[in-house]
Design a protein around this ligand. Structure first.
Ligand SMILES: Nc1ncnc2c1ncn2[C@@H]1O[C@H](COP(=O)(O)OP(=O)(O)OP(=O)(O)O)[C@@H](O)[C@H]1O
Length: 933
């Protein structure tokens, strides 16, 4: 009867099951059934034999069901469970005439019914197993999503944590070991088909493992995940406890592993955030190193000492940090990075144990004087026109080296300071109340601002972070309250133009850069925290001067001044300060050069040109505070290459960036006139920076939009696979100079793509072009460097912007061949060669036809026939040598090599009065500057 099936039966059966489970015996079950007088048993109570059989069947059913239930009890809930309970019983009953029927049944019928019942039972068990598995899987999914959510939550501020723990989560849901162990206990017929498949299948095996079983299996693994998560979290928490600021930057501490996964991110321009795995990792570590050094240089005692002495320049002292003890709290990736940094720092510390004079000399390795040392031995090598002896100072060298050697870690946690991995600023422990200095909160806001902006920027977060880490350092230390001295007066006497005022005035650009805008007036650097740092100092002290900087190292010296690496006191901001002695300049009639440079620097805003942060005059020293480039210059870099020349792809990268810089300068009406590898510095990210504008010529320029009709003079194209410039990869290596017969056989699709690309490139070429070439500019100055002088300059015919394309040709030649094309045994011979000698290419190294063709086009002696003379950079950019290069994305491209960072040496200048002693001027390859008219 149908009326006896259903919930009632199930409920009854369940109760029975509990009893059976407890009693472990059929007889007991039967007796209990009897004693309970269940309705089910009542049905067959009239016939003793059939009654017994029924009881027997029932007991069997119950026992079998109990197994199912015992296994599935915890796993199966709700409807599934009901079905599971119902079916083994409910299925058997209606089919068995004896069960649920008042009609008497024969033994045969009963036995048949038993068979049917058992078969049904097995089928039901199978179904149950499926039913049990399915929720299990979904529960596993739930657990997975739960963990995900937890992990996401834990790593909300750190994307890479998510990555890391997602990996862990995946593993946690595949408890192979426990699965196999559990499986061993199961009947073979249940296991075999399931266990052959994946782990997921193993979960589905009819072990009827409920959620508890799943939990048991997963727990050991998930515990690991949890532990990892918690460890990371606790490390973060501790960091947070150390500084609330760090919470916003916490993600940075795990950027290292994440960045390993990223493709093309920070290492190109940090700002533009693209770099490969290795590059980004290297970049990160190197940034750590740099930041470490920076941190060292900004140690508080030094600054206090500095403040006490009221000096613009002081010896540097460093304290031992307690960071090592705290490293356990830092994620491994960070620890590794910092270990590397610390190790390198210690090495640097050893280096710094040399007297400062040695440092100065060492540091000048990359400077012009030292760079040309090998060349000086050669006959006819240009000598500097003005070269003062290098002033050596050994004052407080010992103390400096000692203190530097004490440094162990950039993470100064013991002192409540952390080095922010995002902006490399020092994070002061605010939560512990150790920070009482207003600038700390300023840093907090600065960091918060950058952090939040970075957070908001989605995928580009790490890249932006790495960008800021390399470029920006915020201030945290307390201001120099005693520094409002004479310099302030200087600042109040602003003078913008006259040389007389120049010697006693202060910054023009300081005002323009800082007033009313914390971001300065350089859009491409607007996010740079160095603006904030300078702004803060100026706001606090009312001015900014030499006394606000710690000199760390002499970077080099040129014709008109000496360049130092300097740190803005109380911050971790590094700058290159060019210091020029006004008296010296006036004496040597070089004031105008200095002024030209200053004026040009003030208007620059380009990724491949220096940013002038501030300028001021202190004690008759004119100072330009600029971006610091830690990678040395291309002259030094070239010397380090095998064969002392660059590979063509490398050279192409550098000349392409230089070309963009020159194009920009020309658009501003600046003819550079002094292009040479020495003036091209390598940034931390491997991109270039064109410096040194004291020989530049300012002129007017009228940009012209050339229509397609006037662009018919496309340079001859070479046969080669890549003829288009539509590739999104700025440096996709599709050598257009590849000879067709060496090309791999092309698939039709590839050929089609190439054709499309070529067509697109043709269309791009036919678009109107903006040409801003100062073609009318003329100068009769005899300026430049002998080997780079254009023929028209030597001949004194007057020159214009085409001289930059000549020097560009010499520059490319030198990068590719390791020497300049017209170099003679002496300056005279060199000049004669430039005018008279035909351009020759050495057989070795092998250089592509395209490169040689470009050089040939540039080194045309008549400026009017020279490539670029008509349409400037736009013309040159279209040369096949640059085919396949995406100019718009070049600053996002991965540089050919990352620079070796110079040691942050220390110049121990005892007092500001000694600045003059450190001002040296000289030249490596002789600069010529004779105003003829
Ligand atoms: N921003 C910078 N970052 C790192 N190093 C720099 C920076 N600016 C200059 N230098 C180093 O200082 C040296 C001298 O600088 P610079 O050439 O600008 O001085 P100069 O007196 O104008 O020289 P020149 O004789 O070419 O006119 C450079 O060769 C370079 O090594």
């Amino acid at each position: 009867m149908g009326s006896f099936s259903g919930i009632c039966e199930i409920v009854e059966a369940k109760e029975e099951l509990n009893s059976v489970q407890n009693s472990n015996g059929i007889h007991q079950a039967i007796s209990q059934d009897k004693s309970r007088k269940s309705p089910f048993l009542k049905l067959g109570s009239d016939d003793s034999l059939e009654d017994d059989i029924n009881n027997l069947f029932k007991a069997i059913n119950i026992k079998t069901s109990s197994k199912v239930l015992s296994l599935s009890d915890q796993a199966v809930t709700g409807p599934t469970r009901k079905n599971a309970l119902k079916k083994p019983i409910g299925v058997g009953l209606p089919r068995s005439p004896g069960f649920g029927s008042l009609e008497p049944v024969s033994l045969k019928q009963a036995l048949r019914g038993l068979c049917i019942s058992q078969a049904s039972e097995m089928a039901a068990m199978k179904r149950l197993s499926k039913a049990a598995c399915s929720p299990r899987v979904s529960e596993a999914g739930k657990i997975a999503s739960l963990y995900r959510s937890v992990v996401v939550e834990a790593g909300e501020s750190s994307g890479s944590l998510n990555e890391v723990n997602r990996g862990g989560l995946g593993i946690s849901l595949m408890p192979k070991e426990s699965t196999s162990k559990s499986s061993e206990k199961l009947p073979q017929y249940l296991l075999a088909p399931k266990m052959k498949s994946s782990n997921q299948s193993a979960h589905s095996s009819p072990r009827f493992a409920g959620s508890a079983l799943i939990k048991n299996e997963i727990t050991p693994v998930t515990r690991e995940v949890w532990n990892q998560t918690l460890k990371t979290k606790s490390a973060q928490d501790k960091k947070h406890a150390t500084s609330p600021i760090s919470s916003q930057n916490s993600g940075d501490y795990i950027l290292v592993p994440r960045m390993k996964m990223s493709n093309r991110s920070a290492s190109s321009s940090p700002r533009f955030a693209l770099a490969t795995t290795d590059n980004s990792t290297r970049s990160t570590l190197r940034k750590n190193e740099v930041s470490t050094s920076t941190k060292v240089s900004s140690s508080t005692p030094s600054e206090l000492l500095h403040e006490e002495k009221h000096l613009g320049i002081s010896s540097l002292s460093c304290r031992s940090t307690g960071g090592t003890a705290e490293l356990g709290n830092i994620p491994a990736s960070v620890r590794v990075g910092n270990k590397v940094s610390a190790t390198k720092l210690r090495q640097k510390g050893r280096l710094q144990s040399l007297p400062s004079s040695s440092n100065a000399i060492k540091s000048n390795k990359g400077s012009k004087s030292t760079r040309n040392a090998p060349d000086l031995a050669k006959p006819g090598k240009n000598k500097p026109i003005v070269k003062n002896n290098l002033k050596k100072d050994s004052t407080s060298a010992g103390s400096t080296s000692n203190t530097r050697n004490e440094i162990t870690s950039p993470l100064d946690l013991a002192n409540g300071q952390l080095l922010c991995q995002r902006c490399h600023c020092t994070l002061t422990n605010m939560r512990n109340g150790t920070s009482r200095d207003p600038p700390a909160s300023n840093c907090a806001s600065v960091c918060a601002e950058v952090s939040s902006s970075n957070m908001n920027s989605g995928a580009s977060k790490p890249e932006l972070a790495s960008n800021n880490s390399s470029k920006s350092r915020a201030m945290v230390e307390k201001p120099n309250k005693n520094s409002k001295t004479g310099e302030k007066r200087h600042f109040s006497q602003s003078s913008k133009s006259s040389l007389g005022e120049y010697s006693r005035s202060t910054s023009i650009s300081e005002e323009s850069n800082l007033t009313g805008s914390s971001c300065g007036n350089r859009p491409h650097m607007s996010k740079d925290l160095r603006w904030e740092a300078i702004h803060h100092v100026r706001k606090h002290d009312g001015f900014i001067g030499l006394r606000h900087f710690n000199l760390l190292k002499k970077l080099g010296f040129g014709d008109i001044g000496t360049v130092y690496l300097a740190e803005l006191i109380g911050t971790n901001c590094l700058f290159a300060i060019k210091v020029m002695d006004n008296e010296f300049l006036a004496r040597r009639k070089k004031m105008s050069r200095a002024q030209t440079e200053r004026e040009i620097l003030r208007i620059l805003d380009h990724p491949f040109l220096p940013t002038l942060f501030v300028q001021f005059t202190s004690d008759n020293l004119s100072c330009l505070v600029m971006e610091y480039c830690p990678g040395g210059d291309l002259h030094v870099l070239r010397q380090k290459q095998p064969g002392r020349y660059f590979l063509e792809q490398t050279a192409r990268f550098y000349v392409a960036e230089v070309l963009l810089a020159l194009e920009y300068l020309h658009m501003l009406g600046v003819i550079y006139r002094d292009l040479k590898p020495e003036n091209i510095l390598v940034r931390e990210d491997g991109h270039i920076m064109l410096t040194d504008f004291d020989l530049s010529l300012r002129c007017t320029v009228s940009p012209t939009l050339l229509k397609s009709s006037s662009l018919s003079m496309d340079p001859p194209k070479m046969s080669g696979p890549c003829t288009g410039s539509s590739c999104i990869d700025p440096f996709c290596i599709e050598p257009s100079y590849q000879v067709a017969c060496f090309s791999p056989r092309l698939l039709p699709a590839a050929a089609k793509a190439r054709k499309l690309k070529a067509e697109l490139a043709a269309k791009v070429r036919s678009l109107p072009q903006l040409v801003a070439e100062p073609t009318d500019a003329r100068s009769n100055s005899f300026v430049g460097t002998h080997e780079y002088l254009a023929p028209e300059i030597i001949k004194g015919e007057g020159h214009g912007s085409a001289v930059d394309w000549w020097t560009f040709g010499i520059f490319l030649y030198e990068l590719l061949y390791g020497r300049t094309p017209f170099k003679g045994s002496g300056n005279e011979e060199t000049l004669a060669n430039v005018v008279l000698q035909t351009l020759m290419f050495p057989e070795s190294p092998l250089v592509s036809f395209q490169a040689r063709d470009l050089i040939q086009g540039l080194l045309v002696k008549e400026p009017e026939n020279r490539l670029g003379s008509e349409r400037g950079a736009a013309e040159i950019k279209q040369h096949p040598f640059f085919d396949g290069l995406n100019w718009a994305l070049i600053r996002c491209a991965i540089p050919p090599q990352l620079p070796d960072f110079c040691d942050v040496g220390i110049v121990n200048v005892a007092s500001q009065e000694m600045w003059g002693k450190y001002l040296e001027c000289g030249a490596a390859r002789e600069h010529l500057e004779f105003e003829l008219f």
